[in-house]
Design a protein around this ligand. Structure first.
Ligand SMILES: N[C@@H](CCC(=O)N[C@@H](CS)C(=O)NCC(=O)O)C(=O)O
Length: 206
């Protein structure tokens, strides 16, 4: 008998949703996901989405028995557990490194989303914009120094989150020219983004 489907509140633009799609692809779970196009905008809570997640955020996963899961970190770990995958190392240094990169990828995304919101306001607050740029540059510097470690480590949730954050830089922050700031990281990213899971989840407008 076929395994029951899971409904994913989804958008082709969201980098957090992309994390879930990359994990599902890597774990062979894409056929189990039923994608529901859901609009999530900070200034316009979506009542349909809120029936499954009071925070009105995507990704949100609805399991076959009606239970709901959020946010992307929880959903990715759930998928990994369901498939018996190795995206979340269980022990030792590999575990803490994976979780640390996961946290940095998510944290960088949080900064970038706030930065984009601010820059689209009629009167952006320059001191906030400067702080977002400083944190982004510092994150890229750290990751550039860790590019070899990233390349040497077995593929894990940290790679997924960082790859989605760098993909989001390409998508919304082309003007930053991040590859020039972090050339070793850029070389590592070229290898990462060639994976079918990343190729098939490139962000698109519309
Ligand atoms: N920590 C959350 C962040 C999710 C998130 O902020 N998603 C955005 C879309 S990219 C969203 O739903 N924004 C709507 C809102 O903030 O109201 C996660 O990792 O899933």
């Amino acid at each position: 008998m076929a395994e029951p489907a899971m409904r994913l509140h989804w958008s082709p633009k969201s980098p957090y949703v992309r994390k879930v799609m990359v994990c599902a692809h890597e774990l062979g779970l894409l056929p189990r996901l039923e994608l529901v196009r859901s609009v999530a905008a900070m200034l316009k809570p979506n009542p349909v989405l809120m029936a499954d997640n009071p925070l009105s955020k995507i990704p949100t996963l609805v399991l076959a028995d009606g239970r709901t899961l959020f946010d992307s970190a929880v959903i990715c770990e759930y998928l990994n557990d369901t498939a018996g995958g190795a995206l979340f190392p269980v022990h030792g240094d590999a575990r803490w490194q994976a979780l640390r990169w996961h946290a940095l990828g998510d944290g960088l995304l949080d900064v970038l989303i706030l930065w984009r919101n601010e820059r689209e306001r009629e009167l952006p607050l320059q001191v906030l914009m400067d702080a977002f740029e400083l944190k982004t540059r510092a994150s890229l510097k750290l990751l550039d120094d860790e590019a070899k470690a990233l390349g040497d480590a077995p593929f894990c949730i940290g790679h997924v989150a960082l790859g989605c954050a760098l993909g989001y830089l390409d998508y919304r922050f082309g003007m930053l020219g991040w590859r020039g700031l972090a050339p070793r990281l850029a070389a590592w990213f070229e290898v990462l983004r060639a994976r079918p899971s990343f190729q098939s989840s490139e962000p698109v407008d519309g």
